[in-house]
Design a protein around this ligand. Sequence first.
Ligand code: WTA
Length: 657
Amino acid sequence: MTQSPGQGNALDNLLTESRTFPPSDEFAAQANAQPALYEEAKADREAFWAKQAERLHWETKWDQVLDWSGAPFAKWFVGGKLNVAYNCVDRHVESGHGDQVAIHWEGEPGDSRAITYAELQREVSKAANALTSLGIGAEDRVAIYMPMVPEAIFAMLACARVGALHNVVFGGFSAEALRTRIQDSACRLVITTDGQYRRGTPAPLKPAVDEAVADAPSVEKVIVVKRTDTEVAWTDKDVWWHELVDSQSDQHTPEAFDSEHPLFILYTSGTTGKPKGILHTSGGYLTQASYTHQNVFDLKPDTDVYWCTADIGWVTGHSYIVYGPLSNRVTQVVYEGTPNTPHEGRHWEIVQKYGVSIYYTAPTLIRTFMKWGADIPAKYDLSSLRVLGSVGEPINPEAWIWYRENVGGGKTPIVDTWWQTETGAIMISPLPGVISTKPGSAQRPLPGIGAKVVNDEGVEVPAGGGGYLVLDEPWPSMLRGIWGDEERYRDTYWSRFKDQGFYFAGDGAKYDADGDIWLLGRVDDVMNVSGHRISTTEVESALVSHPTVAEAAVVGASDDTTGQGIVAFVILRGGAGADAGGADAIKALRDHVAKEIGPIAKPRQIMVVPELPKTRSGKIMRRLLRDVAENRAVGDVTTLADSSVMDLISAGLQSGK
Ligand code: WTA
């Protein structure tokens, strides 16, 4: 059924949402993806993926598309050899597009730089030569801890070029988070900046590296890009980027690596406190990043201007700023700063300035834009936009409609793309021009991808039914394991539906009456705050590392803007002192979490409680705490070891008000 948008209170009711938006005839006619793609993939999946791999340049062609004999460890395009950076840079120069702008970089303070493919080739070559001069080569690990400056992208591509694995750590993470990520993968090199702009002010970044490296003996060198001109302490491991890289030759011959050569490690939160180093390899990853980017965003390299607002610290930045787009010869915007610096129309000003035609962002930002008001985008010319994307968490229908109306001029298709750090690339999404889009639903697996909603027994649920999202076929950009922990890889993803051989995504999902998939959020102890994965255990262990805290339990409570907000319940230590529960003490606890993990993990709220609700086996019943955090009547307490605990908690909170 098709209805006009923007009416009624039922906007947010997932169960009754039934509006669909068919593509216009004009869009459908020019779309990269055509309906036949589904048929083609269904007829012969491996032949389909082999055809997709042909979009890349292979130095040696593969002799086997998929080797799944070592499941759950896949090998794709076995025997093939390629250089990932060559595919993202050099071949576009060789095909006569050296003068095309690859990156329109926009700095937060308003400085900007246009980087052509020819220039990108020179910069990446110099950086690759610099890595070689430091003895960094195939299989070495390099940590990249940087804001969104062009050198961050040069550094990633330089690693790929020499076969080193990059381990990008989000610049908002703490020294402690950086240290554990450097140590776990034994990085030999760190690349960073002196500082980074944060809402208009330069903030130092290198001190966090100094702190992390002091305790990470594997690190031999630290390359520092000068960005904010902040004064920095200097150690004998440090070397300036402009001194080391700028003097290198801008000629570099890329070496072809095996299709399964490791490309990068990216850490993500799991259900325990220790983050998982997700490992991705070359040929299959690049094939799927490239295929999905071209089809899901309908990219036309000669005319489009693409902008993905993610940070390279997350997988979206890896696959949809660096590898997918550049392999497709994109012209893209890369913006360094925050969306309200210096004003709340900054994104729209950038869209207008560069004529952005494809814009990919996260629901939390769309909801923030809604709060700021529709009059802000209305002040700018956004008529260049023709495709909008969403990623990171479920997008509520109200935000979806607002996005289409106020950013997309009521006409652009919106692609709601479901995927994970582990999947490497988009898995579930409508194809614009082919599928009638539906607010709030990621709809169906892309051609070549197998995804299902199943019940506890692993049996697919019927239309209208809900359960767990699983991936029932291996895919080219799938993770190849967790760095250094084969057991955890098998346990986390492959043990839940072992008999069926399904990959367990950790997301709840349902089918609607049309068989379209709706994602319902995580089913494990992983929270999703502004599209960032943070585990409850990580925040709990940060809290209990504070001297006043005896015990902590953390839940993700629904939040209008950030999707989920972190709510912590803490029991204070006996000797913590009378004002340990006071406002200053609570603030100190929140700051402590920010210091341990990073500001994104700061609890929205911390409640001091006398007890925590536990089962007889000692497991904290987060469900009950979530009821409290979301101001609901507390649910069934019969499995609690002591059922009066919830009364105690509620009474304490009442009297504390
Ligand atoms: C959630 C981000 C609903 C989901 C690319 C997944 C989504 C986790 C969507 C992965 C979407 C991502 N609709 N939920 N379109 N996209 N998610 O690893 O819970 O940072 O498991 O990768 O984000 O987060 P990650």
